[in-house]
Design a protein around this ligand. Structure first.
Ligand SMILES: [Zn+2]
Length: 239
């Protein structure tokens, strides 16, 4: 697949996960001229509301709003994301084809097994993607940086990305999933009303925004320590 390599690829278990956890960051990076992409591991066939076809259409619309260059969904069963050899190869193949420098994965703990399994699966796929002797039909490649989107889990992030200017578009990208988020009878006990969703999303973004000294932000975690050249350029006020 000889398209230009992506700068940043976000991988998540379900269509709409990326919109919720790192959509503002992806849009911000696209606005800075970086090539961004999204890989959804599943197609959403187990969702209480709508079909996999509905979700494919909605995911394409969300991708347009977030200005991503590339989006695809694997055929891993929804509700059954397993860290198997076969699934690792599927993800490794995408990493080789899209050649991202930065990979965004879900945080490795959480309520939904698909979410935390996607984290491990993504990490181990990166490892496989770099193995020279593993024949996957594309040249070996590993991302330089792996960061974890932590919004779904209550943990202190190691950094946040200010998405104040992207917040409204990010909310629209989530609302593009009309089959999921428009007010309706099916799954009424499972899904909050749209006004409530807006309030929750705004509260979360404001909380992380406040930690970063801005209005709205998205939280991330990196395993490595931060490297500093100039102490005068460290952001976020201490006192
Ligand atoms: Zn999900």
């Amino acid at each position: 697949m000889p398209s230009a390599p992506l700068d940043i690829l976000a991988i998540a278990a379900h269509r709409d996960d990326v919109e919720q956890t790192s959509g503002g960051t992806l849009l911000k990076m696209a606005e800075r001229g970086h090539r961004t992409g999204i890989l959804d591991l599943t197609q959403g066939e187990m969702g209480t509301r709508g079909t996999a076809e509905d979700r494919a259409r909605e995911a394409a619309e969300a991708a347009r709003i977030l200005r991503v260059c590339w989006r695809s969904a694997l055929d891993i069963p929804d509700g059954r994301v397993e860290n198997t050899w076969e699934n690792r190869l599927k993800v490794a193949r995408v990493i080789r084809e899209q050649r991202p420098q930065v990979l965004i994965l879900p945080y490795w703990k959480g309520r939904h097994p698909d979410h935390y399994t996607a984290s491990k699966l993504g990490y181990e796929a990166c490892f496989l993607a770099g193995l020279a002797k593993l024949d996957l039909g594309a040249a070996p490649h590993r991302p330089f940086k792996i960061i974890y989107a932590t919004l779904y889990y209550d943990i202190r992030p190691t950094f946040v990305v200010d998405i104040t200017s992207q917040f409204e578009a990010r909310f629209r990208s989530l609302m593009a999933y009309k089959s999921q988020f428009s007010d309706q009878e099916a799954g009424k006990d499972l899904f909050p009303a749209q006004a409530e969703i807006r309030a929750r999303i705004e509260a979360m973004a404001r909380f992380y925004g406040m930690l970063g000294g801005g209005t709205y932000a998205e939280p991330f975690l990196q395993n490595e320590v931060g490297l500093v050249e100039d102490l005068l350029q460290i952001p976020v006020k201490s006192i």
